[in-house]
Design a protein around this ligand. Structure first.
Ligand code: ADP
Ligand code: MG
Length: 250
């Protein structure tokens, strides 16, 4: 589903991703861990067209991200073409970014109606179904300010799912939550993983990475230091940098 081949990205002279090569299989849950500033968010943002790639190739579901290849030459996609690619990717951020003036249900149905042209009645029916799936059937008419952080994040997940993505990206989805609200969001993500959704999850929740992740990737300084089975990497890390990081967070 995701194939990064010697992917590099710099901001000015700061090389943030240094020739990263990674693959995420269809149906796989990959957890990405690593210290602050290691390039985790930038990697997700490249997948989701929020950053332009400097070198290497990135494919999502077999399609080159952001470019069209003709012979040996690459042509940058037009914004409308890039937007079309992005529609199939759902992203959930640390800060939920819900529209404050819209109810939970309105937040969920906005993109399907406006971007995909789904009929209002179909979108509302699906939106109610998705809110029920994240445990918020009773809160569909609530505004974000009337919801807890955990509830807002579950609305954000339902909103991403409303576009029927083939890939879901999570960037520290529980880092802004009070500790007692983390579990309800992780439960929703666990349920989503069980449906076979392909997920890339940047997280500091090592328990989640171990139990739900099919693979874990440890990034540091813009490189993939170590990757593999979470049970192996988290309990028996091979690299000194991984050991040092885990000793601080576990
Ligand atoms: P992480 O998510 O692992 O904490 P990031 O991908 O957010 O790391 O950031 C990696 C590095 O890239 C940091 O040094 C950060 O300051 C830098 N960076 C991220 N986004 C930008 C940007 N838009 N402009 C300049 N530098 C950036
Ligand atoms: Mg980050």
């Amino acid at each position: 589903m995701v194939d990064a081949v010697t992917l590099s990205k710099s901001f000015g002279s700061n090389e943030v991703l240094k020739s990263i090569s990674l693959q995420v299989q269809r149906g796989e849950v990959m957890c990405v861990i690593g210290p602050s500033g290691s390039g985790k968010s930038t990697f997700l943002r490249c997948i989701n067209h929020l950053e332009r790639i400097d070198a290497g190739r990135l494919y999502v579901d077999g399609q080159l991200v952001g470019y069209r290849q003709k012979g040996d030459k690459l042509y940058e996609l037009k914004p409308s073409e890039a937007a079309r690619q992005r529609r199939d990717i759902g992203m959930v951020f640390q800060h939920f970014n819900l529209f404050p003036h819209m109810t939970a249900l309105e937040n969920v149905v906005e993109a399907p109606i406006r971007v995909k042209g789904v009929s209002k009645s179909d979108a509302l029916a699906r939106g109610r179904e998705l809110l029920a799936r994240v445990g918020l059937a009773q809160q569909s008419g609530h505004y974000p300010s009337q919801l807890s952080g955990g509830q807002q994040q579950r609305v954000a997940i339902a909103r991403a799912l409303a576009m029927d993505p083939k890939l879901m990206l999570f960037d520290e989805p529980t880092s802004a939550l009070d500790p007692e609200l983390v579990g309800e969001v992780l439960d929703v993500m666990r349920g989503l993983a069980q449906t076979g959704m392909t997920m890339v999850v940047v997280t500091h929740e090592m328990g989640f990475a171990r139990e739900v992740g099919d693979s874990v990737v440890f990034m540091d300084g813009g490189v993939v230091v170590e990757a593999g089975d979470p049970k192996e990497v988290l309990t028996n890390p091979q690299h000194q940098r991984t050991k040092a990081f885990l000793s601080k967070v576990l």
